[in-house]
Design a binder for this molecule. Sequence first.
Ligand code: PMP
Length: 352
Amino acid sequence: MSRFWSKLAAGLSPYVPGEQPRGERLVKLNTNENPYPPAPGVLAAIAETSGSSLKRYPDPDSSELRAAFARREGLDAGQVFLGNGSDEVLAHAFQGLLKHDRPLAFPDISYSFYPVWSSLYDVPFTQVPLTSDFRVDVQAFPKDCGSIIVPNPNAPTGVLLGLDDIRQLLQAHADAVVVIDEAYIDFGGESATRLIPEYDNLLVVQTASKSRSLAGLRVGVAFGQEHLIEGLVRIKDSFNSYPMDVVSQQAMLASLADEQWFQDCCTRVIQTRERTAASMATLGFEVLPSAANFLFASHPQVAARDLFARLRERQIIVRYFDKTRISEFLRISIGTDEEMDALLGALEDILP
Ligand code: PMP
C-alpha cells in the first residue's frame, strides 16, 4: 500500500491470473491455453507483415477482420466489436452496457474477474448461487436486475447451459442486457450468436485465446445487435480508437481462414478431455461434466491443496484456488495426450 494510491486502488482486490512460469520445463495445465499451435497460416501472416504496414496506424475500424467474423456468424460487420483479448471487450461491456442503477447479476461460482470489474467501474452486483449439481440456475436470477453476465460454459466449472436456458434468461429479462461470455464455447457447446437477430438484449463475447491457440495474440470479439455494439464503440473510442494492432488483425484473419485446422484442434482437445475425465473418475475423483478445455474436480480423500503441491513437485502445474470458496477443487487444463498421461501417472503415484 502506498500513500499515493487512490481510494480505488487501495480498496481493490485485483484479479489474480494463473501463474506463467518461465524457464522451467513444466507440464503446464493451469491457464486453459491450447496445447496445439495455431493454424500454419497464422505464422505465415505474421512473418509476412511488412515494414510499410507496421509504420502506419492500423485500420481504425478493423473493417476486414470485423467483416470476416461477421461472415462466419451470418451477421453484419456492424454487429461485431473487437478488442485486445475478451478481457478488454468485457471491461468495455461493464462500462458501456452493464452499469445501471439496478444491480448486475452473475452466477456464484463464475469468472472471478467479474467482481473485480464491478468494483473498478462501480457497478452494483448480486450473485446467484448455482444449483446443488453446479448448474447455472437461470430461474433464480432476480427479476429486478439491471443486467446479467454468464460464462457459457461456466468457468471454472466447465458446465454448459443449453440455448433453451439462454432463451429463457433473455425472455425473462427483456429489459436487461444479457452478456454470454463464450470463452470456451468451441469445446462442445452451441454458441448463442444465432439468437442475436431475435434478441435485442443479447451480447455474445468470444476469444481467440482458447480454441484458436492465440492467447499470446490478444484477440477478443463481441457480437450483438448494432445498438449494443455502438455502446461498446463509444467506450472504446474514449480510450484508444485504434482497436487492434496490424499484426493481430492479419494473424486473426489467417486463423479464421483455416476452419479445418480449428475444427481438428477442438476435436482433439474434446477427445483428450473425455478420456482424462474417465480416468480421473476411476482414480476416485468427482469430475464435473465439462464442455470446456479444462476439468473441475475434487477428490474425497485428498485435499486439493496437497494434490496441487505434490503435482508441482513433479513439474506439473494445475490451478488451485487457494483461500476461496472453491478451494476443495482443482481446475486442470486439457493438454496433449502425453501431458495428460503424465498427469494421470502422477496422480496414480500420489493417491493412497
Ligand atoms: N472469460 C472467461 C470466462 C475466461 O476464463 C477468460 C480467460 N481467463 C476470459 C474471458 C479472457 O480471455 P482473453 O482475455 O484471453 O480473451
